[in-house]
Design a protein around this ligand. Structure first.
Ligand code: AHR
Length: 513
């Protein structure tokens, strides 16, 4: 049996309010995310717009604040003008990022409608790889200007009298990545982004702008890119982006840890934490150099865990060229990756003083939260429940905590704690929600010692786990990993006690009497 203990004090607050936009996601014109994913007019569950109702319902239950769109790498050859107006008149394009055929059947208006149907709002990206400041400003004009100008009247002609009012805009995507068309040097991108920001804000001064930060720690330009870009955009942008796909060989370099050792694998969350601290340091360095009073925030606008695919499966994956909506990697996320996802969400919440936007990526298919290939019924990964728990119960004050967990050694790390946690206090509701991961392969005896709270009364204990850390959900077996509610929290002498399953994600929901 391992042990875990957290001590908290009602007055010791780490962050007074988590920004709601941390509970956002990313949707790209990539593989079967849009076509054959959310949009499939021949699916039995399709609505009058061709969108799958089962997918809409599942996404709705996540209470996403924002959805970043339309790319991703897709943005590098994106012509927004192709995606508006009568669908039958839109050009079919060769998408240079993914070498897919883009029919533009789902364009800006359609996707905006879908975003509304799932109860969310758009976070829009502009192409700053192969297009420029004026094209970006024209898109802002089309979306946000009330009328009386060419592009705003074009929107009205297209049947959208009222502006879309899109608040957050990403000024490009991964422009430092050699995999993209239109890669730029930091000085060039920084200059272009500052000019684009100027033009976009001339149309709408109230928008918030995200500049492109380093796309990955593996790049030789890592952090130096951020410094140079920030020198250019510090006054004109509000956020710098950070992307992280944990478990991806390029990024996490499998020769530096043992992929088969679960302990080692779960410690990859520590690399995300380091990545965040690095970018915060770059922001604050530039702030200092500029003698600025402004704080630069992080938009972690793409993050996920990518399961390691066994070699035999990987070798059989052929790249399909010039298809529309080709099915991609439809394997469910393993329980150990689900836990790593949970640890990432804890890291995000812990750093929510500087991370103000975060988009889980990719929302649909490709190892995302919701899986909906072909004409099958939709199903969800274990990460869906973790995201949902955080979205429903994570919007409050983040408390400081002292954590003590049984220490153990992994293959390459010594003295790692079996416990990780974040405590959220909802003052108005007088509710405490404690997210806890038991990283160990043993049941955990967990205790919470709270100070200055009134008497505490358990509400429920939500658990996500599976007997086998390699187990995953699939179209055939949808509920191998699910969220269950238990009634096993003990409140005794103002301490909270509970047993946590091995390798489990937990939410302890407690109320002040
Ligand atoms: O989500 C897939 C891709 O990952 C995105 O297009 C890109 O921004 C990132 O490299």
């Amino acid at each position: 049996m391992s042990k875990g203990k957290i001590s908290i004090d009602k007055h010791f607050i780490r962050n007074t309010a988590v920004d709601d936009r941390i509970f956002s996601a990313f949707v790209e014109h990539l593989g079967d995310v849009i076509y054959n994913g959310i949009y499939n007019p021949s699916h039995p569950q399709a609505n009058e717009d061709g969108f799958r109702k089962d997918v809409i319902d599942l996404v709705k239950n996540l209470q996403l604040t924002g959805i970043r769109y339309p790319g991703g790498n897709y943005i590098c050859s994106y012509n927004w003008e192709d995606t508006v107006g009568p669908a039958e008149e839109r050009p079919v394009r060769a998408d240079l990022a993914w070498q897919q055929t883009e029919p533009n059947t789902v364009g800006l208006a359609e996707f905006e409608k879908w975003t509304k149907a799932v109860g969310s709002s758009l976070i829009m990206a502009v192409n700053l790889s192969t297009r420029g400041a004026v094209d970006a400003a024209n898109l802002v004009e089309y979306c946000n200007h009330p009328g009386g100008t060419y592009y705003s009247d074009l929107r009205r002609k297209h049947g959208h009298e009222n502006p879309y009012g899109i608040k957050v805009w990403c000024v490009g995507n991964e422009v430092d990545g050699p995999w993209n068309i239109g890669t730029k040097r930091a000085e060039v991108y920084g200059w272009d982004a500052a000019e684009a920001a100027k033009a976009m804000r001339r149309i709408d001064k109230d928008i918030e702008l995200v500049a492109v930060g380093s796309s990955g720690t593996q790049l030789p330009t890592y952090l130096e890119w951020d410094r140079v870009v920030l020198e250019h955009v510090y006054d004109s942008c509000d956020f710098i982006s950070l992307h992280r796909y944990m478990g991806m060989p390029d990024i996490d370099n499998p020769s530096t840890y043992d992929q088969k050792d679960i302990g080692d694998y779960l410690e990859l969350a520590g690399r995300l934490e380091r990545n965040i601290k690095d970018v915060v340091a770059a922001c604050d360095y530039v702030k200092g150099r500029k003698h600025s009073d402004k704080t630069m925030y992080i938009s972690m606008d793409e993050y996920n865990v990518i399961d390691i695919i066994p070699d035999d499966e990987q070798n059989h994956q052929e790249k399909k060229l010039w298809e529309t909506g080709p099915s991609g990697h439809s394997r469910g996320l393993s329980m150990k990756s689900t836990l790593l996802f949970g640890l990432s969400m804890l890291t995000l919440l812990r750093h929510s003083d500087r991370i103000r936007i975060a988009c889980q990526s990719i929302l649909i298919n490709g190892g995302g939260l919701v899986m909906c290939e072909g004409n099958d019924d939709a199903w969800v990964n274990g990460s869906y429940y973790i995201f949902q728990h955080c979205s429903l119960y994570g919007r409050g004050k983040v408390l400081e905590e002292v954590q003590e967990g049984t220490l153990y050694n992994t293959k390459t790390c010594n003295d790692v704690s079996a416990l990780d946690s974040v405590c959220i206090y909802h003052e108005d509701e007088q509710e405490l929600d404690i997210f806890v991961v038991n990283k160990s392969g043993e049941q955990m005896d967990f205790t919470l010692t709270p100070a200055f709270f009134r008497e505490l009364e358990p509400i429920e204990h939500l658990v996500v786990t599976a007997e086998n850390p390699e187990a995953h959900n699939s179209a055939e077996h949808k509920d191998v990993i699910q969220s269950v509610s238990r009634n096993d929290i003990i409140s005794k002498e103002n301490r909270i006690q509970c047993k946590l399953d091995k390798y489990s994600w937990n939410v302890l929901r407690i109320k002040e009497r």
